[in-house]
Design a binder for this molecule. Structure first.
Ligand SMILES: Nc1ncnc2c1ncn2[C@@H]1O[C@H](COP(=O)(O)OP(=O)(O)OP(=O)(O)O)[C@@H](O)[C@H]1O
Ligand SMILES: [Mg+2]
Length: 359
């Protein structure tokens, strides 16, 4: 993952300025205290706080600069201090200098790991947001469905009143009025959703298939470990680049992997194996397969699994595979499921590559 180069957590410019001002005030206070106290008192060692605090909001170069400034202040106050035992001075000074340098080196070495953690959290949040879209779709569908059912009912009632002998125009008019008000209700739901859902156009780019898979795995490695699932990834040599929206492809992988993990809930922990294969299908498309040795497909009608709201899980939405299919098909690919001979299920999807004629 190319994340170690990111800047630290986004802090507002005012927040940054305030923290920096705080650091300078601390350094100035320390300088005065260090100068006024006797040489035996190694108060200068407290400068180590500066690189430690700076690491949370400043880039590497600024941390280095601040640390050098601390060293400068340390040595200057040593020169200015007159009281105390001159023999203690050099030792205390050396300890302080070494402590500040060590803290700076440590901070700069640990910093990439901290930043990688922050970037990974951000990316997971992005993928999870797309996941939420699936849930949002489900509740919208529900809200629109209600008035639609009511419209069909009132419409039928209206027809019956018109067909009656003699036709009851008054009742028919009431039924039609209900149709109109329910249609308005449905329209208002849609208008509300429209104002909510800012369209996110797919951002297609050339992707390295293995990197894309490994990035999403890195984000859910803890989840796999928690479920005691062992993982293998097979990547074809000379895999061509894939043309797709990275976040959306990772969303697809996430749905399939989570389903596989859930399907292996009843498999003995030592046997839980998730296999991801990356290769090339007919026509030069990239072929991704996610294979598990879980309960297997409960139905012969595999197509049904991809229907929205089809679920066999007590707390499932039945949306994961529907979203998966819509993403893959928007990219000009296909998704399907097969039963493994030795038990378990495999889900496969294709995406265009540099070897495919893009539609
Ligand atoms: N790897 C798998 N092995 C066996 N059955 C599966 C597998 N993946 C999906 N299924 C079946 O397909 C159904 C639909 O999956 P889908 O991901 O769309 O919904 P879900 O997992 O039930 O709920 P959610 O919306 O939270 O993802 C599942 O309920 C399950 O019955
Ligand atoms: Mg699912």
């Amino acid at each position: 993952m190319e994340i170690a180069t990111h800047d630290p957590q986004p802090v507002s410019p005012t927040g940054k300025a305030l923290r920096l001002a705080g650091l300078f005030a601390f350094m100035a206070g320390l300088f005065i205290a260090d100068t006024l106290t006797d040489l035996e008192i190694a108060i200068g060692v407290l400068y180590v706080a500066v690189p430690l605090v700076a690491a949370s909001f400043l880039p590497a170069r600024a941390i280095l600069l601040l640390s050098s400034l601390c060293l400068g202040l340390l040595l200057t106050s040593y020169e200015l201090t007159t009281g105390g035992d001159p023999a203690a001075g050099p030792i205390n000074r050396a300890i302080s200098v070494i402590a500040v340098i060590a803290a700076t080196v440590l901070v700069l070495r640990i910093r990439p790991a901290i930043l990688a953690g922050i970037a990974a959290r951000e990316q997971l949040a992005r993928v999870a947001r797309v996941n939420m879209l699936g849930e949002l779709t489900a509740s919208i569908a529900h809200e629109v469905n209600q008035p639609l059912a009511a419209i069909a009912n009132s419409g039928n009632a209206g027809l019956r009143w018109l067909e009656a002998q003699p036709p009851n125009l008054d009742k028919a008019r009431q039924a039609l009025a209900r149709v109109v008000s329910d249609a308005e209700r449905a329209a208002s739901v849609i208008a509300r959703v429209r104002s909510l859902a800012r369209p996110v156009p797919p951002h297609r780019e050339w992707l390295n298939a293995l990197d894309t898979v490994e990035e999403i795995i890195a984000l859910i490695r803890d989840e796999l470990a928690r479920n005691q699932v062992s993982l293998s990834i097979d990547n074809m040599e000379g895999m061509p680049p894939v043309l797709a929206d990275k976040v959306q492809v990772q969303q697809v992988l996430l749905n399939l992997i989570l389903n596989a993990v859930e399907a292996m809930g009843t498999t003995p922990p030592a046997e839980r194996t998730l296999r991801i294969t990356i290769g090339v299908a007919e026509g030069g498309r990239a072929l991704f397969s996610v294979e598990d040795n879980g309960v297997g497909l409960a139905t012969d009608n595999v197509e049904k699994l991809f229907d929205a709201f089809h679920t066999t899980k007590p707390d499932g939405m039945g949306i994961g595979l529907a979203v998966t299919r819509s993403i893959v098909e928007t990219h000009g690919g296909k998704v399907w499921a097969t039963a493994n001979e030795e038990g378990g299920a495999s889900f496969h999807f294709t995406l265009p590559t540099s070897r495919t004629d893009i539609p």
